[in-house]
Write a protein that binds this ligand. Sequence first.
Ligand SMILES: Nc1c(NC[C@H](O)[C@H](O)[C@H](O)CO)[nH]c(=O)[nH]c1=O
Ligand SMILES: CC(=O)[C@@H](O)COP(=O)(O)O
Length: 128
Amino acid sequence: MKRKYLIVIADYYKDISKGLLSSAKSILPKSSLIKIINVPGVFEIPVTISKNIKKYDAFLALGCVIKGQTPHFDFISHSSTDAIMKLSVDSKKPIGNGIITCLNMRQAIARKKKGREAAQAVISVLSQ
Ligand SMILES: Nc1c(NC[C@H](O)[C@H](O)[C@H](O)CO)[nH]c(=O)[nH]c1=O
Ligand SMILES: CC(=O)[C@@H](O)COP(=O)(O)O
């Protein structure tokens, strides 16, 4: 079956996002219809998915948050994760969480292939 996927990707850390995107795309079925929307940061991901929730079968949220000096990291990480979970449960559609939350750039580089896990999870839920 030809599934429609929307990938929403935050450009805040472009190199990391590129890795997340290529690893996610590598596992999606070749027959899928895939649309990609770029947003400035992970905070913009939930509203973008929400605006498109009826148009696609499944979604991938990709981005990277790296801890700085202030509590900003916790607010951005929790609010985006919670909003994505709520959207997924309310709409009954899978949204793969490929937002990595890291304490430093070294951790982010080591995790930039995690898009694959998010894509794999979505495929698994779609097949239930
Ligand atoms: N600090 C990070 C951000 N911050 C930006 C926000 O996501 C948002 O774009 C801004 O607050 C305007 O609404 N975004 C990331 O993706 N990663 C970060 O580490
Ligand atoms: C997400 C963050 O914590 C970071 O990008 C912001 O840095 P800071 O807390 O130093 O303003």
